[in-house]
Structures are given as C-alpha cells and as structure tokens.
Design a binder for this molecule. Structure first.
Ligand code: HEM
Length: 362
C-alpha cells in the first residue's frame, strides 16, 4: 500500500549536496593549497554536528528535570539520553587520533590563514558547558577577560542565555533535595550511619597506630589526614559548617542534595534507588569523558604547537591543561566516595523503612 507521504531520496532528505558544499579551503582561496586543510575542516564540522546532537539530548533531559515530580518512565528516558551523550563523547575522544595524523609541519602549511579563529569560539561547546552547569565565575579567564569576549554579539547572547537558565547541575540538585530522607518513626538512618563511619575512622586510626612498617612521623601524618577527613565528614551533620565549606568551594551540592546523593550511593542495591544511581553514574561519566576530552585535546595542541600561543590568543597548551581540572562540573559526586563505607557496615534498614522506600518518586 502506498504511504501517505511524498517520496524522498537519500541525498534530498539528508541535504548531501548542500553539506558537501560547506568545506571551503582558505589555502586554496589564497592560492597555496594545503592537503590537510580538508581534514581540519571536516573534523571540526563533525564535532559541531555531534555537539548539536548532544544539545538535542541535553535539552530533552533538562525538560524532564523542569517538572515538580518526575515519573519513573521519564527518569528512565532521561538516563538513557544521558548515556547516549556519553557514547557520543567516546567518539569525540577517538576523533582526536584522526586529526593527529596531521603533523605540526602539515598544520603550518595553512595555520597562518586562520587567525584569530579558534575552537574557543565554538558556541555550541560553550552552550553545552553552560547547560551542564559550568558557571562563568568558575572558569579560567581568557587574557583576563570573560570567556565570551571574543565572539560576535549574536554568539555571546546565545552563550549568556544558556548560562542564565537553570543548569542540569541545579535541576538535579533540586530533584535530589526533594528526596524523602531516612528519618521515619523510631529509625534515624543518619545517626546510625554517623556511628558506622566514626567506627570506620577509629579502625583506620588503629590500623595506622599498629602498622608494622610505617615510621612514627609517617604515622603522625596519616593520623592527621584521618582527622581532616573526619572533620569534613562531620560537616555532613552540621548544616552551618557545611554551608561554610560550600562557600569556600569544598562542596557545590546543597546540604539536602548531598545527603540524598549519598543515600542513593549507599543503598543503590535497593531496586528503588537503581535508576537514581544510574543517573548519578551517567553524570559522573559525562564529567569524566569531558575531562578526558579536554586532556586529550590539550595534549594534541601541545604536540601540534609546542609552546606557541593558540590562534585564539591563549597560552595554548598550558591554558587547555589548566581548564582540564578547573572546568569540572560534577566533581561532588566523585568526592562522595570519601564517605562510603563497606556494605557490611551499613545500618540494616528496618522492614517498614524498606517498604517506605517504595514511595521514592518525587
Ligand atoms: C590542529 C588541531 C587543533 C589545535 C592545534 C587546537 C588548539 C587549540 C588551542 C591552542 C586552544 C586554546 C584557545 C586558543 O588560544 O586558540 C583551543 C581551544 C579549543 N579547541 Fe582546539 N585545537 C585543535 C583542534 C580542535 C578540534 C578538532 C576541536 C573540535 C571542535 C577543537 C575544539 C576546541 C575547543 C572547544 C576549544 C575551547 C576549549 C576551552 O576553552 O576549554 N579544537 N584549541
């Protein structure tokens, strides 16, 4: 039976002729054809197409998290879209090897023709960072100016608009903060958990004190580290202390959100926490893959430029390397591992509490 739609062919649907018209080599324009410029352009364009797909997924995830209550089915959809983003990121990391087949000398054949263009001006890349939750005050400045100083008015407006909307980090924080807490009837999870962690620190101290190999000064140093870890841990039970540490930048998640994230990590084996756990894992994966891409790109820039400055005017490799660490977004979820204790030491949840966990939707 004929379909109720007009027919269409591959080229027409995908706009292949238009797409293949978009590679204009500056080296040809200026009469000095450089073979590798085609690879350079296609690699960047491919990245931009994947950035567009990442934004499509990210926008749909953000719209799920806008809701006051998130149904399981929507949460499942959000998690699978975040996981799709991570698969794309893996491709983006692999693509660096393709551009690395161009040698620094090949690059020099056309590099002078590109000033002051730079990936630094990629709007989609900035919009992705902003929508995920990278704030401008957490960014490195660029020649002492904000990151959006070197783009057109239009592009700047898009970057700033993405920064002014609630980011995925903030949406997830709000969602975590609505998670019911384990303080029901006679059972107060947090005081049980606190006791279990204090015991763990005591055991660690005993291990250090009775250690057969450590010298006395090494023991002292390790004991001081345990004290410091315990002090940070105690802030989890003292909201004003926690807020102080948060202001100093030790934590980014709000107090309630951090508790919820910890609970999810600790009891992730409970079926009800499974999807939330997958969500937190996907956010960590995105952060780790972004960091990996940044580092990989910085090594590639080092290999390509040595210590030359970038076409966009930054210090080049050094700037990119520093951004690797500085521009992390979901680092708090990684730091939670500090407060995890073995399953065998976790307070057993009374049956009525387990039943209550069944209402974990918010
Ligand atoms: C020969 C290959 C490349 C070299 C030598 C290179 C070099 C650089 C340098 C030095 C910077 C810092 C800004 C500047 O001063 O220009 C930069 C930024 C950037 N580049 Fe590349 N790049 C290359 C390929 C790519 C590719 C294929 C992409 C993919 C889109 C890309 C995306 C970016 C992005 C997004 C930034 C901003 C990073 C940030 O500010 O955190 N670059 N690049």
């Amino acid at each position: 039976m004929a379909k109720p739609y007009p027919t269409i062919g591959y080229s027409e649907y995908l706009k292949i002729p238009e797409l293949l018209q978009q590679q204009k080599l500056r080296s040809e324009e200026f009469g000095r054809p450089a073979h590798d410029e085609m690879l350079f352009i296609i690699t960047h364009q491919t990245y931009e197409l994947w950035f567009k797909q990442i934004l499509t997924e990210l926008d749909s995830v953000l719209s799920v998290f806008k809701a006051e209550r998130i149904r399981e089915i929507e949460m499942g959809r959000a998690v699978s879209r975040l996981q799709r983003i991570t698969e794309i990121q893996k491709l983006l990391i692999q693509q660096v090897s393709v551009i690395e087949t161009m040698t620094p000398l090949d690059f020099l054949d056309f590099r002078d023709m590109l000033y002051p263009a730079s990936g630094f001006q990629s709007v989609q890349n900035r919009v992705i960072e902003n929508k995920l939750g990278l704030k401008s005050d957490a960014r490195l400045t660029y020649n002492s100016l904000p990151y959006h100083s070197f783009v057109s008015e239009d592009d700047r407006a898009k970057m700033v608009a993405a920064e002014s909307e609630p980011s995925l980090f903030e949406r997830v924080d709000a969602w975590l903060s609505r998670t019911p807490f384990l303080k029901t009837g006679g059972f107060d999870f947090w005081s049980h958990y606190r006791k279990a962690v204090e015991n763990m620190f005591e055991e660690d101290r005993a291990t250090v004190r009775t250690h057969a190999i450590l010298k006395p000064e090494e023991k002292e140093k390790n004991l001081r580290e345990i004290d410091a870890a315990q002090e940070t841990f105690m802030a989890l039970f003292d909201e004003s202390k926690y807020e102080e540490l948060r202001k100093e930048g030790h934590f980014r998640l709000t107090y309630r959100a951090l508790h919820a994230a910890l609970l999810i990590q600790l009891y992730r084996d409970q079926p009800i926490f499974n999807l939330p756990f997958q969500l937190l894992t996907a956010l960590q994966d995105i952060d780790e893959l972004m960091t990996t891409w940044r580092y990989r790109h910085s090594l590639m820039a080092h290999r390509m430029l040595g210590r030359k400055i970038g076409t966009g005017g930054s210090s080049g490799h050094q700037y990119l390397k520093s951004a690797t660490d500085k521009h992390r977004i979901f680092g708090d979820f990684f730091n939670l591992a500090t407060f995890l204790i073995p399953r065998s030491k976790l307070p057993a949840l009374p049956e009525d509490v387990q039943a209550k966990l069944g209402f974990f939707t918010n």
